[in-house]
Design a protein around this ligand. Structure first.
Ligand code: GLV
Length: 390
């Protein structure tokens, strides 16, 4: 019998064995020194929980809503570039697992499976994440494609107009599909399961882009795409333009500062995501969980506040909710599952996180995730002093 999966780290171990090094490294890297990448997880560990007892725990609920949509727990699958390189048809499998679990799935612009391919393989609407490209024809077209596919929300990413440098991606020559260099061939020869499945799918390059955008040199390279295509002139006026082009629910991702949170409010965002892109963009930024309290103080109650970056457990989810987030996202945690075991691995990741969330909530003396607040935390003042008074 296979060893049971009891924590996200189990999936990560299997993932590392099964997936080519360049894609493992792509997932598991932060920019430059990786300080922010490390802080995102270690800061969650500084938050302590308040144990309560003798509270009726019989009927517990983790259900809630994110942007008005019912969710089994307030944990969405974050948009992750190149997910279809972690496992053949990765975006489709992750979307199907999310749909069955009852949580939102968000497809990245830089996905391998296209918007249309994911829509054809799912029955519930998913969300679409947009990067703003210089080519406005492409932009209008991709927004129209998301609308046609029935996407119910757009996540507009604001913190990646230029790409943060992750050393390993350069050293590995990251591309989709991998180039047949000696180094890659040697590594791929140890990843037979991954390769055989990849040979059976037609989704092996950037499905939303190829055939839709013009003027890019190397179509297999994420760094070429971003350097040549992403619009460095993106500002709040353009954000408003894109809001109007889309016309539907809008979530602004990459907010780390109360002033930017207020600007997002002016745009009329339905939600913001407190995010430093998983520590992949500005190295030296504070962790998103540390940034959260001040942003909650600034705009809490006026828009939904979601959080990503650093969540690896249901305890992390609970801590973020207790600090005032109304929704959370997992990126790496579901990618580990996907790379390890395909769709079942994503379900395993969601199951682990749900159980940890539910049990921790109960042991903190709460039986509804909607009633969780700062009262369940025992956190040193220094945690907040980092960013001033809370
Ligand atoms: C893209 O979103 C990346 O972080 O590589």
């Amino acid at each position: 019998m296979a060893t049971p999966i009891t924590e996200i780290a189990d999936l990560k171990r299997l993932y590392k064995r099964r997936v080519p090094k360049m894609f493992y490294d792509y997932c598991e890297s932060g920019s430059w020194t990786e300080q922010t990448f490390r802080d995102n997880t270690s800061d969650f560990d500084l938050i302590r929980l308040r144990q309560r007892v003798a509270v009726d725990m019989a009927n517990r609920s983790t259900a809630g809503q994110m942007i008005g949509e019912d969710v089994a727990m307030p944990v969405a699958l974050a948009p992750v570039g190149m997910t279809g390189m972690q496992h053949a048809d990765g975006e489709i499998l992750a979307a199907q697992a999310a749909e069955e679990f009852g949580v939102p799935f968000c497809l990245s612009t830089m996905s391998i499976c296209s918007i249309e391919a994911v829509a054809a393989a799912t029955t519930k609407p998913f969300w679409f994440q947009l990067y703003v490209m210089k080519d406005y024809d492409f932009l209008e077209n991709v927004i129209e494609r998301a609308r046609k596919a029935g996407c119910t929300a757009m996540i507009l990413t604001l913190d990646l107009q230029i790409l943060g440098q992750r050393h390993k991606d350069i050293k590995n020559g990251l591309s989709a599909p991998p180039k047949p260099t000696l180094k890659n061939i040697v590594n791929l020869s140890t990843k037979v399961g991954w390769g055989l499945e990849m040979l059976q799918t037609k989704h092996r390059s950037f499905g939303n882009i190829i055939g839709h955008a013009k003027g890019v040199g190397d179509v297999s390279s994420l760094s070429s795409w971003t350097a040549e295509q992403f619009d460095p002139r993106l500002d709040w006026a353009k954000v408003k333009k894109i809001r109007d082009m889309w016309g539907g629910k809008l979530i602004l991702k990459g907010i780390m500062d109360p002033d930017d949170a207020r600007a997002a409010l002016d745009v009329g965002a339905d939600a913001i995501i407190v995010s430093n892109h998983g520590g992949r963009q500005l190295d030296g930024a504070i962790s998103s969980i540390r940034a959260l309290p001040e942003i909650v103080n600034a705009v809490g109650g006026q828009t939904e506040i979601h959080l990503d970056s650093g969540i690896r457990s249901g305890q992390d989810v609970l801590k973020a909710l207790a600090m005032g987030a109304t929704g959370t996202y997992i990126g790496r945690a579901f990618v580990y599952g996907l790379g390890a075991k395909g769709k079942q691995g994503v379900t395993d990741a969601l199951t682990v996180i749900h159980k940890e969330l539910d049990t921790t909530m109960a042991l903190c003396g709460r039986n509804d995730v909607k009633d969780v607040n700062r009262d369940i935390l025992l956190t040193d003042d220094a945690f907040y002093r980092y960013r001033g008074n809370w």
